[in-house]
Design a protein around this ligand. Structure first.
Ligand SMILES: Cc1cc2nc3c(=O)[nH]c(=O)nc-3n(C[C@H](O)[C@H](O)[C@H](O)COP(=O)(O)OP(=O)(O)OC[C@H]3O[C@@H](n4cnc5c(N)ncnc54)[C@H](O)[C@@H]3O)c2cc1C
Length: 395
């Protein structure tokens, strides 16, 4: 992290996160990756130390950390292991409550997350609609004081471990425009009609839980509606404006970790009677990697600082995530290359970094989607509702 930008408190947060990750993750990282198992023991320790729910306001039991401060922890966790680092996603979805929930909902849903008694998830993606959020087909039809939800969500992080999800569904299937007539609900995992199926054999972040969710006539009370009926699409876009920033930091942390592994390896590997690091071609690789990481980090920091003004900028956020994703994929590729065959056969952790990195260009908006957002904001084509509503009310 760029030290000169941080105050003493931020440095203390960063150092505590680094110490925790370096001590706890390496002994078990391979086991959780191989077994595709949620790292409950590390999650529990992280709760005790206050790393879970850091952004939840103090009023609701969290620490009320600003975006940049919370992202310092993200970077440090992902620097050591991305799969385990995903425990920080235990509160993924809470942003929707913080931004759009009413007081009653905040008091109900946020404290159990901050205390580590509950985990949540955010369910937007469907088998036939990922990037095309406006194409979702899950329906929530009003019936008296309840909504009846039917549909399927897929690739949902924390799918089988979460206690509840924020779910985007169509409340007005007849709406004239595709992005209209959608709303967001809290759906508790133990409601009748909710089925969850773990998705196994992912390429990377295998300690993170991913699942398909099926909703068959699931009834939720009208009190579970988050925000305004019909505004779901815009709420989702604003949600991503803030949650994409930590993903940029995930990528920066992962790239930093891969860089360090490769640098250490190149300094000790001997060939042709010299150290690998002494070859100019190798030095060129490190110069490029280092530059990519620092540039990605500064863009991510800029997006976080912008968000902390209370006005996250969709274009800037998209640039940060796009560039950090590109940087990490390039860095892990070179970092594995530097390890030669030893990197490929999985004898070193670098192969895990290589597998983990690709998701950074896919989830929470693919690199193509990010570029589209950058171009739209460049041309002043962001939907006006998102431009107007972009201030997260919890800040
Ligand atoms: C491990 C994992 C965890 C995830 N966690 C969650 C979660 O917690 N909650 C959730 O809701 N979703 C989650 N997702 C889903 C993720 O956000 C989607 O996979 C992603 O948005 C892409 O959607 P898709 O897979 O349907 O691909 P598609 O949208 O079908 O895209 C296929 C390809 O087309 C490209 N493309 C799309 N639009 C355009 C365009 N306009 N122009 C050119 N190319 C385009 C895409 O970039 C991509 O390369 C997760 C996915 C994974 C793999």
């Amino acid at each position: 992290m760029v030290d000169f930008l941080l105050n003493d408190e931020q440095k203390a947060i960063r150092d505590a996160a680094r110490e925790f990750a370096e001590k706890e993750f390496p002994p078990v990282a391979e086991k959780y990756d191989l077994n595709e198992e949620y790292p409950w023991d590390i999650y529990k320790k992280a709760v005790k130390l206050g790393f879970i729910g850091m952004s939840i306001p103090e009023k609701y039991g969290g620490q009320g950390l600003k975006t940049l401060d919370a992202c310092l922890v993200v970077e440090e966790f992902f620097r050591v292991d991305a799969g385990i680092g995903m425990i920080l996603a235990a509160t993924f979805g809470s942003e929707m409550i913080m931004m759009f929930g009413n007081e009653e909902q905040k008091e109900k849903y946020l404290p159990p997350l901050a205390e580590g008694k509950q985990i949540c998830g955010a369910a937007f993606t469907e088998p036939a609609a990922g990037s095309d959020v406006a194409g979702i087909q899950t329906k929530a039809i009003k019936d008296g004081d309840e909504y009846v939800i039917n549909g399927t969500k897929t690739f949902i992080t924390n799918g089988t471990v979460a206690d509840w999800f924020v779910v985007l569904a169509r409340t007005d299937p007849e709406a004239k425009k595709r992005h209209e007539g959608m709303s967001v609900f809290v759906v508790e995992a133990d409601r009748e009609g909710v089925e969850r199926t773990k998705i196994k054999n992912k390429l990377g972040i295998r300690a993170s839980d991913t699942a398909e969710l099926s909703f068959k006539n699931v009834r939720v009370p009208k009190e579970n509606l988050i925000g305004i009926e019909g505004n779901g699409f815009f709420q989702a876009m604003m949600f991503f404006n803030t949650t994409r920033i930590p993903v940029a930091f995930q990528a920066v942390g992962l790239a930093q970790g891969a860089f360090e592994l490769a640098f250490a390896y190149a300094k000790q590997r001997e060939l042709f009677g010299r150290k690998l690091i002494d070859f100019q071609v190798t030095q060129d690789k490190f110069a490029r990697m280092r530059t990519m990481i620092e540039a990605a980090r500064l863009l991510a920091v800029q997006a976080a600082i912008q968000a902390d003004t209370g006005m996250p900028d969709p274009g800037l956020t998209a640039m940060a995530k796009y560039f950090a994703g590109k940087a990490v994929v390039e860095v892990v590729d070179e970092a594995l290359q530097i390890h030669g065959g030893y990197g490929y056969i999985g004898e070193y952790p670098i192969s895990r970094y290589y597998r983990d990195a690709k998701i950074m260009e896919i989830y929470e908006g693919t690199k193509e989607v990010e570029k589209e957002i950058i171009a739209r904001s460049l041309m002043g084509k962001m939907p006006s509702k998102i431009a107007v509503l972009r201030k997260p009310p919890y800040m």
